[in-house]
Design a protein around this ligand. Structure first.
Ligand code: HEM
Length: 497
């Protein structure tokens, strides 16, 4: 009995001493053995806001967990150190470093082809919205945007129509596998048993394997199909129509033995391209949401789009047809006329729209936190020591909301903050505005993403008003991408001429 009492006494006092030592420590308070796991679990559903609150108090915080320590950083100087200055010390966690930059995402051919594809699918979406507006039907805008970006990326990436944005909105197992994989990868952060599950191939890790299999099967089948088509075009007399999709270009490159492009490396790059689908659709969803909660910005954007439309029509000597918003046919014709004015060059003139998208990404970055491994012990510019084997995470969601990064109005949605005194759009340092990462591994699809988002939003914000379904909860879901947990349930109305 005495022994037990003594052991309990020792345990209680060691917990007491542990907690006492923490009274001045920045970051979450921890417990012996489990670190901050309990607090992190309790805040799991609102993790990004929990981190933002901690990072507002201190620009760097340590979160000890049972088997490792996470260090979260929000100071641009530290972020620059990790993403650029000592880049090689911070490998990506769950995948090998790959060199994808050999591919020119910005080639003119691909850009022209993408512009047409993005316009076509934005118009398909508009026609679904137009239908919904007639019957005042409730739609899930996030789901429709996910379908639009999936269809577009399959066309641009593989040259195929998968048709998920068809009027009957068919189910797609490939898209579902992608969402499942994303959710499970995020769960690994709070699941200390994931390595064991992976080893035993059970539970969520078994499901992850299945989902990755579905994604890879789809990608490989596309690679083989395209290779066969190219071979057939070469062997038959008639030269096949040149395709401008990314896969065709890669297959062509892979024919050069020096390129070292195997089917597996083709698959890896294409998977990245598909990953760009979720980030783009998520950003578009938050954009529509910010327009609803900031109607003065939506109205200002509408006025810019009307001016743009008139200037552009004059320049191209097009006479704009008048339309009756109550008549869906004349409305659709007028919308198509507006869409035909949207080209790569003309979209470049829409700087307020560009700023509003950038502002959306500041507050709702599609990749809200991005962890890196630590290869060797290191010291950050602010003096924080990092231990090999731990993890360091830059946190775009927190960084975009910090007064020390953006000033006292950091929390307000204000596209005008992106213009300098001459009224020109001014980029922020990529180590402060980190939505696309920065340094050698900066997102390769940034320009393509802006092109698609501007194309879709110019049409949507010129022709529609969005109304949130009363009491619909808009909150993020905890996954690698900042998607909305309950979707974005809306009704739409058509804007007048
Ligand atoms: C709003 C849209 C997008 C956002 C916010 C975004 C953000 C990011 C981020 C944060 C990374 C770094 C991930 C990491 O390695 O830790 C990344 C990488 C990448 N993104 Fe994007 N992305 C977007 C759209 C796209 C699109 C549409 C494409 C393709 C067409 C794309 C292609 C890539 C590629 C290839 C990489 C890997 C670069 C490398 O590792 O060298 N992204 N993106």
């Amino acid at each position: 009995m005495g022994m037990v009492t003594m052991l309990v006494g020792m345990a209680v006092s060691s917990i007491f001493i542990h907690r006492w030592k923490q009274r001045n420590v920045k970051g979450p308070k921890t417990w012996p053995f489990v670190g901050a796991a309990i607090e992190q679990l309790m805040n799991y559903d609102r993790m990004h806001d929990w981190l933002a609150k901690l990072l507002a108090e201190s620009k760097t915080i340590k979160v000890p967990m049972p088997f490792t320590t996470y260090t979260y950083i929000a100071d641009p100087a530290n972020v620059e150190h990790v993403l650029k200055t000592n880049f090689n010390n911070y490998p990506k966690m769950w995948r090998k470093q790959r060199k994808t930059s050999s591919f020119e995402f910005a080639s003119k051919n691909l850009r022209d082809f993408s512009t047409i594809v993005f316009r076509d699918y934005a118009m398909k979406l508009s026609s679904i919205l137009c239908q919904a507006s007639v019957g005042n039907k409730v739609i899930d805008m996030q789901e429709l945007l996910m379908r639009m970006t999936l269809d577009s990326i399959c066309k641009v990436g593989f040259g195929v129509e998968i048709g998920t944005l068809a009027p009957e909105l068919p189910d797609n197992h490939f898209a579902r596998a992608f969402d499942t994989a994303n959710i499970i990868l995020t769960l690994r952060f709070i699941d200390p048993l994931w390595r064991i599950k992976r080893f035993l191939k059970v539970g969520s890790e078994a499901l992850l394997d299945q989902s990755i299999q579905v994604i890879n099967d789809f990608t490989y089948s596309m690679i083989h199909k395209r290779k066969a088509e190219i071979l057939e075009a070469k062997t038959s007399d008639k030269n096949g129509k040149i395709k401008h999709d990314i896969l065709s270009r890669f297959v062509e490159l892979s024919e050069n033995p020096d390129s070292n492009l195997t089917d597996k490396s083709l698959r890896d790059v294409l998977n990245f391209v598909i990953a760009g689908r979720d980030t783009t659709a998520t950003t578009l969803s938050w954009f529509v949401y910010t327009m609803i909660v900031n109607p003065h910005v939506a109205d200002k954007l509408y006025c810019y789009l009307k001016d743009f439309e008139e200037d552009q029509a004059k320049e191209e000597k097009v006479s704009l047809a008048s339309y009756d918003p109550e008549d869906p046919k004349s409305f659709a014709e007028r919308l198509a006329q507006f869409a035909s004015l949207l080209t790569y060059d003309s979209l470049g003139k829409l700087s307020y729209l560009h700023a509003a998208i950038t502002e959306t990404l500041r507050l709702y970055p599609a990749v809200p936190q991005d962890p890196k491994g630590i290869a060797k012990d290191d010291v950050l510019p602010d003096g924080t020591k990092l231990r090999a084997g731990g993890m360091v995470t830059y946190v775009p969601y927190s960084m975009g909301r910090m007064v020390y990064n953006w000033g006292s109005d950091a929390a307000s949605f204000n596209p005008d903050r992106w213009f300098n005194e001459e009224g020109l759009f001014q980029n922020a340092s990529p180590f402060k505005f980190t939505a696309f990462q920065a340094g050698p591994r900066i997102c390769l699809g940034k320009d393509s993403a802006y092109l698609q988002m501007k194309m879709a939003l110019a049409i949507l914000c010129r022709f529609f008003n969005f109304h949130l379904v009363p009491n619909h909860p808009v909150k993020y879901r905890m996954m690698t991408i900042l998607s909305m947990q309950h979707g974005l349930k809306l009704t739409v109305t058509r804007r007048s001429a």
